[in-house]
Write a protein that binds this ligand. Structure first.
Ligand code: GLU
Length: 444
């Protein structure tokens, strides 16, 4: 059986790390096995969905390297949902209800006060044709509920193992609102059948839905696909991330300078037994992905981990691959420069700070002018590959300083900073005149 999965975002906002993790795990699972990835835009809610968000979703997925093999909009498929609804009505599985939300609220309160579970009491099933005609004459429009069988629905979940939902403990779900809007539950099942989806992979907040949806698959005469429900993301503090997800949009992360491979490596590996290291490519990440590596506990999203992976991804970029980006930032100072600075990058844009060390202006930090003067005296006449060791050797001889007391003041005078790229690699990139001026205390 060839694997086919779908990512089904509603275009009502930008993608954030939570829904991108769902997209990614679908993609990794499918691509790791040579399967297909479907992008399905869940835009049945025409009021809340926008084309702008839809385009944003595509931009973000493409930027992350999560390409799709097929693409659909639910808003183009209403006729299929109508057909399915008609079939369920004929089978007596979809029934009209007329309660207002106030009435339902009141009933729930009564149930709760009696210690009963607040599930829909199916009063609408008792209505006669006459009752319905009367309600409609009053101007009421029906919403439609799916009649659950009220049984234990079980499946082998790829992420959770044996899973069960007792649909007797749930309200019959509303599939069609009174204004005719199809809620997500039915279209999703119809699409999964039509598109021959083999596995539905989503967050564990959908486990209860799955119980009802498996019943709908069966009521429509289809076999339910496989399911995987992933543990949700929590923050570094262990608290649920759901409230904070809005501030973790992929678009913002792109603006902040995160590399796509750092984001995908991070989101693809947190909560798994794989080491949190950056992958060579998102394809390689797919090769190593397996649900058996995913734990049952929530996946901890820690920005410090992402920062580390981001740095790691930059350190591994060869000059030829970095070049176009360096040129675009006006920072292409050659392979020697790139090799000198890449181990120090946290974000790619840090190259700008390091290019300044080479081309100025740098305001030197000089704690001991006599030391700087002595260092100037013995600065090699020509700056080349071995100059740093020759120079530090000479300064040591001249001043008696050694270790940190030798290296730190020289670094500070040449770069104005306490930390930075390896001085042996950096020094030969800087004009001798410029070094001289900095040793004299000038901004150069
Ligand atoms: N549009 C639904 C959501 O974003 C899709 C859920 C699913 O994958 O079935 O929650």
């Amino acid at each position: 059986m060839s694997v086919k999965v779908r990512f089904a975002p509603s275009p009502t906002g930008r993608l954030h790390v939570g829904n991108v993790r769902t997209a990614l795990v679908n993609w990794l699972f499918a691509k790791g096995q040579g399967g297909a990835f479907v992008l399905r835009i869940d835009d049945t809610d025409l009021e809340r969905s926008t084309k702008e968000f839809e385009t944003g979703i595509e931009t973000d997925l493409q930027w992350l390297g999560l390409t799709w093999d097929e693409r659909y909009n639910q808003s183009q498929r209403f006729d299929r949902y109508e057909e399915a609804a008609a079939r369920l009505k004929t089978a007596g599985r979809l029934y009209p209800c007329y309660e207002t939300s106030d009435e339902l609220d009141r009933r729930r309160k009564v149930q709760l006060s009696r210690g009963l579970p607040p599930i829909y009491d199916r009063a609408a099933l008792e209505l006669t044709d006459e009752d319905r005609a009367k309600l409609e004459a009053e101007g009421r429009r029906p919403h439609w509920r799916f009649k659950l069988e009220g049984r234990r629905v079980a499946w082998e979940d790829l992420a959770r193992g044996h899973a069960e939902v007792d649909t007797a403990s749930m309200s019959d779900p509303v599939l069609i609102r009174e204004d005719g809007l199809f809620l997500y539950t039915l279209p999703s099942v119809v699409d999964d059948i039509d598109m021959k989806i083999t596995h539905v992979i989503r967050g564990e907040d959908h486990v209860t839905n799955t119980g009802a949806q498996i019943e709908i698959f069966e009521a429509l005469g289809a076999d339910a696909p496989g399911f995987a429900h992933m543990p949700l993301l929590v923050g570094a503090d262990g608290a649920a991330l759901s409230k904070r997800l809005g501030s973790l949009s992929i678009a913002d992360m792109r603006d902040q300078g995160y590399e796509p491979i750092a984001i995908t490596s991070h989101l693809g590996r947190i909560g798994t037994s794989d080491p949190l290291e950056v992958a060579d490519s998102v394809e390689a990440l797919g090769q190593s992905f397996a649900f058996s590596k995913m734990g049952r506990s929530p996946a901890r999203y820690d920005t410090a981990d992402l920062d580390r992976l981001n740095a790691q991804s930059l350190h591994g970029i060869a000059y030829d691959d970095a070049r176009a980006r360096l040129v675009a930032m006006d920072c292409d100072l050659g392979e020697g420069f790139w090799d000198a600075v890449r181990p120090n990058l946290g974000k790619f844009a840090d190259v700008k700070d390091y290019a300044r060390l080479v081309n100025g202006p740098v305001t030197p930090v000089i704690a001991d002018p006599a030391f700087a003067a002595a260092a100037l005296e013995v600065l090699p006449a020509e700056i080349g590959a071995d100059s740093w060791s020759a120079w530090t050797g000479a300064v040591k001889e001249a001043t008696g300083a050694k270790g940190k007391a030798l290296f730190m003041p020289l670094r500070q005078v040449v770069t104005g900073m306490e930390h930075g790229p390896d001085m042996a690699a950096l020094l030969p990139l800087i004009d001798r005149d410029r070094i001289v001026r900095r040793l004299k205390g000038e901004t150069a």
